[in-house]
Design a binder for this molecule. Structure first.
Ligand SMILES: Cc1cc2nc3c(=O)[nH]c(=O)nc-3n(C[C@H](O)[C@H](O)[C@H](O)COP(=O)(O)OP(=O)(O)OC[C@H]3O[C@@H](n4cnc5c(N)ncnc54)[C@H](O)[C@@H]3O)c2cc1C
Length: 489
């Protein structure tokens, strides 16, 4: 049985940031992910905001992790090549001045977050497309936007560079115990021995902790958020625009993304199934009507895609969820060797680097000795994005490798060279969707109709397999099928 000091269950942003934090030290670390790729859960289906921290209830772990996490993103994005912009954000009061901006301002100050109330006139100057009835807004300058998938991939690639091992398509099923001490885990790929397990399983973190006999009453109920993505050539909003929040969510936003698209959403509805990521006509109608209140000129012509993400809401049993439900971040007393993370809903993306640091602190408090590796390298260079380079840089890249001169995705201008680089990266991309998440290929007007057959060919060639084996997102999603006898003829 292979043995590790630490095994992390879950390759979302929390697991990936934790892997990177642990890779600084002389520890053997394995991260397991049940899906064909990392970051396929909430971590790549969210609003992608690095929240200022104005919103969480003061005194909660959410407020603390948000406050500690937000400032870490400048250094992280530089070291790891993660697209990140500190844009600031506006919480917009429509129609008439409402006292809610004052109470939001007070909460922001209580959370130690810089904030300023601006007039409706100033808001209209900063965002000319905003509803002319805007009466004022709370501006939080420290909010930002990030590429959420890069926020998983980049730290994990850096962790791999510093010695961490990763296994995808590896599903945790149980703990191995000696008395109350965890000594390993059971998976579909066999057993692995370890001294510590970090539960970073997102929506499934309740089931993982129950296998250890921890918090038997803790239940995660998925809370769905639906979105529209708008075509960047038709509608561009660069600001982050919130309405004033409701009791259950931060409200339906309109915001720019690091890819240049405008995003509209999310709503907030509890759903019974942990795999129910389907969008609904009612949900889409709801987010559209709310977005039109913020930006009346928004047009359905500019819609190019829809998606939904599931928040891992802890102990929410009714539609009217208590929004103050807090993160669980603990080393539980019942067992030895578990760092238990649960209910990591928003602001979990923002907080992930701070949660990763807290994991290290909790293990230290529990007696684990952390010895820094002399050879730790914090840098993970971003791979070249042809479309972002100057003409001179593009010419130099094509001269070095002609595959950067072959355009595969015409909307997003993604070249064969970029696709090949992702297939041979430290965490290799083996499916169409894995390439899409890494390059943003196939996300323009044609939604991949032109690039898909070429990407299948490139994947088959680079992996040395038949195109019949290439999948969209893992086994069962093959693009091509073997002709049946009848068709052959
Ligand atoms: C609609 C929506 C909007 C949001 N907006 C924001 C925002 O703007 N800003 C912000 O800060 N936060 C936001 N969040 C919250 C944020 O996205 C999450 O808190 C964060 O992504 C949680 O990361 P995670 O790693 O805990 O979970 P996940 O990303 O879900 O990762 C958990 C991983 O564990 C894996 N796993 C589960 N079970 C097993 C098993 N048995 N074996 C192996 N692997 C397993 C899963 O496959 C998954 O990849 C939003 C969330 C949603 C859904």
């Amino acid at each position: 049985m292979k043995s590790y000091d630490v095994i992390i269950i879950g390759g979302g942003v929390v697991g990936c940031m934790t892997a990177r934090a642990l890779s600084r030290y002389q520890l053997s670390v394995l991260l397991i992910e049940k899906e064909s790729d990392i970051g396929m859960g909430a971590s790549s289906a969210n609003s992608a905001i690095i929240h200022s921290g104005h919103d969480p209830v003061p005194g909660t772990l959410k407020a603390e992790m948000n406050r500690l996490g937000n400032p870490l993103w400048d250094q992280l994005s530089q070291e790891l090549g993660i697209p990140f912009k500190r844009t600031g954000a506006y919480i917009v009061a429509l129609d008439e001045p409402c006292g809610c901006l004052d109470s939001l301002y007070d909460r922001a100050r209580e959370n130690g977050v810089p904030a300023e109330i601006i007039s409706g006139e100033e808001m209209r100057r900063r965002e000319p497309k905003i509803n002319p009835t805007t009466a004022g807004a709370l501006y939080t300058p420290t909010a930002g936007i990030v590429d959420p998938f890069a926020a998983c991939l980049a730290p994990l690639e850096n962790a791999i560079h510093n010695g961490v091992e990763v296994l995808t398509e590896t599903d945790f099923s149980d703990f191995l115990f000696e008395g109350r001490k965890i000594v390993g885990i059971r998976t579909n790929r066999g057993d692995f021995a370890c001294r510590w397990v970090v539960n970073a399983a997102g929506l499934y973190s309740d089931e993982v902790m129950h296998k250890a006999g921890v918090r038997p009453d803790f239940k995660i109920t998925p809370r769905k958020g639906e979105y529209y993505i708008l075509d960047k050539t038709e509608m561009q909003i660069e600001n982050v625009l919130f309405p004033v929040p409701t009791a259950v969510s931060k409200g339906i936003l309109v915001l720019g993304s690091t890819h240049g698209n405008t995003l509209v959403g999310p709503n907030s509805n509890l759903v019974p199934e942990k795999e129910d990521r389907a969008v609904t006509p009612e949900g889409l109608a709801e987010i559209w009507s709310h977005s039109q209140r913020l930006i009346p000129s928004i047009s359905p012509r500019s819609i190019i895609a829809v998606f939904a993400g599931l928040r891992a809401t802890g102990n929410a049993h009714a539609q009217n969820v208590d929004y103050s439900h807090d993160f669980v971040i603990e080393v539980p007393a019942e067992v030895q060797g578990l760092v238990n993370l649960g209910g990591i809903e928003s602001p979990g993306l923002t907080s992930a680097p701070a949660i990763a640091q807290r994991v290290v602190e909790l293990m230290q408090e529990a007696g684990e000795k952390f010895v820094e590796k002399k050879e730790f390298d914090p840098i993970r260079p971003a791979r070249p994005r042809f479309n972002h380079l100057s003409h001179e840089e593009q010419a130099a890249l094509v001269a070095k490798d002609p595959r950067y001169g072959r355009m595969i995705c015409r909307c997003e201008m993604i070249t064969e060279g970029e696709i090949v680089a992702e297939i041979h990266a430290p965490l290799p991309a083996h499916t169409y969707d894995a390439i899409k998440r890494r390059t943003w290929l196939g996300t323009g007007r044609c939604l991949g109709s032109f690039d898909m057959p070429r990407v299948v060919e490139i994947l088959a060639h680079e992996l040395g397999v038949s195109p019949l084996e290439i999948t969209k997102k893992g086994a069962g999603s093959e693009f091509l099928v073997r002709p049946t006898k009848d068709v052959e003829g």
